[in-house]
Design a protein around this ligand. Structure first.
Ligand code: AMP
Length: 540
């Protein structure tokens, strides 16, 4: 027997309709790519998104077609997403930090018909245009006054293009399982793989992501996503903020410590989210300049492991609660969040931070387990580590146009991460399965060593890779970047680490470098780092 409730498909345009009705005047503030701070609100965003949809349909864009965006976090970028999905099409976010050849590859693989982009990326696209024969039109997210002269095919300034529509448009209804968004994972090996979100998966993920034990987004929240819209759905914030009626602050192209601090401070931001590199830059800036952020209540950090020293500095020195989160593009992306439960809420001192460095527990909509190589489930004891596998309505079941099953016999997706889960359900990533160091038949977590090393007061960043060893198979090499204006020696770092980890986990050597390579999503690029140290031999 079926229930007798209404059929109300979970479609993305319902989010912006709701925001326009219930939170019409709530502000969306942008540091525009042209320079000045601009202000708009959800009613205006919704109206302009209707124009985007109307204009795209007139352009010949059909349901299911891909419209790419390669842009910073701005109100225009936001309204373009709602316009694209409201026309039944699919927003395909392109990460401009990818290698140009990768950008061309994914735009062709996705068969993007239109690319919407910022003035910043016009030269990059001009250099690639020849390799993108299927792109019919480039829409530059600016007005006529700032439109650069360009030979890009059918290039038009967004505002000029939008003025040709009146917004008298009805969203195109598609079914809730229809594709809505496409984001390619920045695979370090092989071709990038497309993760194809649906309307339903995005709506459910955003509901789960907004809750008080998740990102805590409500109508009195002011949220600033440093995490780009082109990085895994901006961790849901582009949907969660209008869904909950939060004030949204878009940082545009300037993501350095001083610029982010300025936006957080002048707009009285209460919650923000980004990767550790961004927060380390902000922390260094605040410490150097003696700045504070009295309005900021919560700082969400994910994408890479948050170092304990950084979590403690924000909480103890600045009174900003740090929420450690984990996820991946294939999970829309949030998979776990480190908020407190009844059983951890009263912890203090070291015991509290022992929990906070963990990546947290899965919210409703995410099922999680750890297994051995034969898919046997491992215990939740906080010690045993195994392959981290997940399932849920916002977890990928296949990659776009790749004919390959990516789920195990029980329908779980192997994340490629290695983790422990403790008795309270808190998961801790010990490594990527590709990066874990196999020494004498045992595993050493490169992440643990890195987190420990950045606790040294003179170390800005650390990376650990396995180096071939005749007896132990592999041994850890620690690579560090000193803080600006500081020097740091091998012995000082090793002495600092002594006694804080098992003896056999101690790195065999330390190399000081000026820079550690990063991927397009800001993670340490271990593939490149291993290549750099391909000829390196451990001492002795
Ligand atoms: P991406 O799909 O580019 O977001 O990359 C996902 C991967 O980033 C995960 O599988 C993890 O290896 C890593 N990752 C994300 N968040 C964290 C975190 N908080 N701690 C450690 N690794 C993380």
């Amino acid at each position: 027997m079926l229930g007798l409730m209404q059929d109300w498909p979970l479609l993305i345009h319902r989010i912006i309709d709701h925001a326009a009705r219930q939170h019409a005047t709530q502000e969306v503030v942008t540091r525009s790519v042209e320079g000045p701070i601009t202000r708009t609100n959800y009613a205006a965003i919704c109206q302009r998104a209707l124009k985007v949809a109307q204009r795209l349909v007139r352009e010949g864009v059909k349901p299911g077609d891909r419209v790419a965006t390669m842009a910073w976090n701005t109100a225009r970028h936001l309204e373009s997403w709602y316009g694209i999905t409201g026309a039944g099409a699919v927003y395909h976010t392109i990460n401009p930090r990818l290698f140009p050849e990768q950008i061309a590859w994914i735009a062709n693989h996705a068969e993007d018909r239109v690319i919407m982009t910022d003035i910043t990326f016009v030269p990059l696209l001009e250099a690639l245009a020849e390799k993108l024969p299927k792109v019919e039109r480039y829409i530059v997210l600016t007005d006529a006054a700032h439109m650069p002269a360009t030979k890009l095919r059918n290039a038009v300034a967004y505002e000029t293009w939008l003025d040709e529509a009146d917004g008298d448009f009805k969203w195109l209804d598609v079914e809730e399982n229809a594709a809505a968004g496409l984001c390619y994972t920045s695979g370090t090996t092989g071709n990038p793989k497309g993760v194809l979100y649906s309307h339903r998966s995005n709506v459910l993920h955003s509901l789960a992501a907004s809750g008080v034990d998740a990102l805590t987004i409500g109508s009195t929240t002011t949220i600033l996503p440093v995490v780009p819209l082109f990085h895994a759905n901006s961790w849901s914030i582009a949907f969660s903020a209008p869904m909950m009626g939060a004030k949204l602050v878009m940082p545009g192209a300037k993501l350095d410590g001083a610029s982010v601090h300025e936006m957080l401070s002048t707009e009285k931001v209460t919650c923000t989210a980004g990767v550790p590199t961004v927060w380390l830059m902000l922390l260094q800036y605040m410490q150097k300049e003696g700045k504070t952020l009295p309005d900021l209540k919560r700082l969400v950090v994910g994408g890479s492991a948050a170092p304990r020293a950084m979590i403690e500095a924000f909480e103890k020195q600045y009174g900003i609660e740090v929420l450690h989160a984990w996820g991946m593009t294939e999970m829309s992306p949030l998979g776990s969040l480190g908020s407190m439960k009844a059983c951890t809420a009263n912890l203090q001192g070291e015991a509290l931070y022992d929990v906070k460095v963990k990546q947290g527990y899965a919210p409703f909509t995410v099922e999680m387990k750890i297994t051995d190589d034969h898919d046997k489930e491992l215990p939740w004891d906080g010690k045993t580590f195994g392959r981290l596998k997940v399932a849920g309505p916002a977890v990928a079941k296949a990659y776009f146009r790749v004919d390959e099953n990516i789920l195990d016999a029980n329908g779980f997706f192997d994340t490629g991460d290695v983790a422990t889960i403790d008795a309270n359900g808190y998961m801790q990533i010990t490594d990527r399965s590709k990066d874990v160091i196999k020494s004498g038949g045992e595993w050493i977590s490169s992440i643990d060593l890195e987190n420990l090393a950045v606790g040294h007061p003179d170390v800005a960043e650390a990376a650990v890779i396995g180096i071939a060893h005749p007896k132990w198979d592999e041994r850890p090499l620690l690579v560090i970047v000193p803080k600006e204006g500081r020097t740091v020696s091998r012995d000082a770092v090793l002495e600092y680490m002594q006694g804080k980890i098992a003896k056999w986990w101690m790195p065999d050597d330390v190399q000081v470098v000026a820079e550690i390579p990063h991927t397009a999503t800001g993670k340490i690029n271990k593939v490149t780092l291993r290549k750099q140290f391909a000829d390196y031999r451990l001492p002795g």
